[in-house]
Design a protein. Structure first.
Length: 81
């Protein structure tokens, strides 16, 4: 269910930025998710299709890219992938 809140926030950001830019439509939104993120892309897409109805983002594609997790040792600063 947290995907609804995530999707609402993504849409709010998209609409704010398009308003600032004076855009009249949104074609695609690129989202980067860490591999440890609990966000389910299919659920975000489901909510997106409903939340964008009647907005300039209606019909915009969501494009997801997963990035690998990286941890850093606080002691020595070494990165672990």
């Amino acid at each position: 269910m947290h995907e609804l809140v995530v999707t609402e926030e993504v849409l709010r950001l998209v609409l704010d930025e398009t308003h600032k830019a004076g855009a009249r439509s949104v074609k695609a939104v690129n989202l980067v998710l860490g591999e440890l993120s609990p966000v389910v892309a299919d659920s975000v897409e489901f909510y997106w299709s409903f939340l964008t109805q009647g907005t300039i983002a209606e019909g915009a594609r969501l494009e997801f890219r997963r990035v690998p997790a990286v941890a850093r040792c606080r002691g020595c600063g070494e990165l672990y992938r």
